[in-house]
Ligand binder design. Structure first.
Ligand code: CA
Length: 250
């Protein structure tokens, strides 16, 4: 039976890519040799799983992972070598779901992919652009508009909104939100969270008294309403270099 799942591999070593292709004949297979192409393919095809090599010649795999994690909710599996434990942990903390140590067997690979896919089915919409009731959030460009006027949020306000966009339609608990925005270490009271949300609403709601996007679920947390439009637009900032892209026919 043909697997309709799509895998994006961001890896510069042809031998590894060939190995992956040979293991995963049934998958829709996308490959990118650079971070820029990887980002572009992830945005265009919204793969079900992303395999990211930690040793890209251009470097910066971890900061790239963070950028990708801003809006891509697909599971990300890192590929690295022995002796890279610090990077692995940093990668998992930065949002990666799992880790494969090279060299790995086809069986290890398939097991990790199956695990990752179990998470995929529970994910919310994977759209880098949220648009609802006059509010527009572009996780790709890191920008927010209300009624076509750009809104300037503080870093924590943006982070809070980004968390809600990534879980649009789903309830985000008070503690999940506090952890996501302020981290585990900082103590934040529920009152402080309420004030914070109140201030955020002043910026992102057309009528902050009767919020139509950011709803309170009393006693539980907050929910960003599902967008009325499912739109997706390419960021003009990413340049495609077709030479290093190969997309398997299927
Ligand atoms: Ca590599």
């Amino acid at each position: 039976m043909k697997n309709s799942k799509t895998l994006l591999v961001i890896e510069d070593e042809p031998a590894i890519v060939r190995f992956l292709r040979s293991c995963l004949g049934a998958w829709n297979f996308l490959e990118a040799g650079t971070k820029a192409i990887g980002l572009q393919l992830a945005a265009e095809h919204r793969p079900d799983v992303i395999l990211l090599d930690l040793a890209l010649p251009e470097g910066g795999a971890l900061s790239f992972l963070k950028v990708l994690r801003q809006w891509a909710s697909a599971p990300i599996i890192l590929m690295g070598s022995h002796g890279q434990e610090n990077v692995q942990v940093a990668g998992l903390e930065a949002g990666a779901n799992d880790f494969l140590v090279k060299p790995f067997t086809p069986q290890e690979l398939l097991t990790r992919l199956q695990l990752a896919l179990r998470h995929t089915d529970k994910q919310g919409p994977r759209l880098p652009i949220y648009e609802h009731r006059g509010l527009r959030v572009d996780l790709y460009a890191h920008r927010v508009w209300l009624l076509n006027k750009e809104v300037h949020l503080s870093p924590t306000q943006y982070e809070c909104l980004a968390v809600l966009v990534r879980h649009a339609g789903r309830l985000v608990t008070q503690s999940q939100l506090m952890k996501a925005v302020w981290g585990q270490t900082r103590e934040v009271t529920l009152d402080a969270l309420r004030v914070f949300i109140h201030e955020l609403r002043q910026k992102i709601e057309t009528d902050p008294v009767k919020p139509r996007c950011l709803k309170t679920e009393p006693g539980f947390g907050y929910r960003l309403e599902l967008p009325e439009k499912n739109i997706f637009k390419k960021s003009p900032g990413v340049i495609r270099t077709d030479l290093s892209v190969q997309s398997a026919p299927h």
